[in-house]
Design a protein. Structure first.
Length: 135
């Protein structure tokens, strides 16, 4: 499932226009914050149904859960950077995504939960934004 999400993200990142990809990432990141920080989905569908959904769309990492959508979003960003900036821009983006994921994991260890997209996507977007501003 993880490989499927990553491959789908790579396909989306290389085939969608960059503006659409960025809007998609902004919306997905906003949704991630609403679901994780504010519990919006759990309050809409109930805790038991929410727990069922979470068990399907997450992977356990240590004692925390990582959403499959996080890997999809990381792949969209990295592949969009590859298409627009070349291999060096994609490597820079990937390193920044990993640094953001590490920072998010550190926050999660203190708070018990944190949105997995906010910091990695924000930091990882820097090369793409700067690169597009140059064009």
């Amino acid at each position: 499932m993880l490989a499927s999400a990553s491959l789908l993200g790579a396909l989306m990142g290389t085939s969608l226009p960059t503006v659409i990809g960025v809007i998609f990432l902004l919306l997905l990141t906003s949704l991630d914050v609403l679901v994780v920080e504010f519990g919006a989905l759990a309050s809409m569908v109930g805790q038991s149904r929410y727990d069922q959904v979470v068990s399907v769309v997450t992977l356990p990492l240590d004692k925390f859960l990582v959403g499959i959508g996080d890997f999809l979003a990381y792949s969209v960003l990295a592949s969009a950077a590859l298409r627009n900036l070349g291999i060096y821009g994609a490597v820079e983006t990937s390193i920044l995504i990993l640094l953001g994921a590490i920072l998010t994991f550190q926050i999660t260890m203190r708070k018990k939960k944190a949105p997995g997209l906010l910091i990695p996507i924000a930091i990882g977007s820097i090369p793409l934004i700067l690169g597009l501003a140059r064009l």
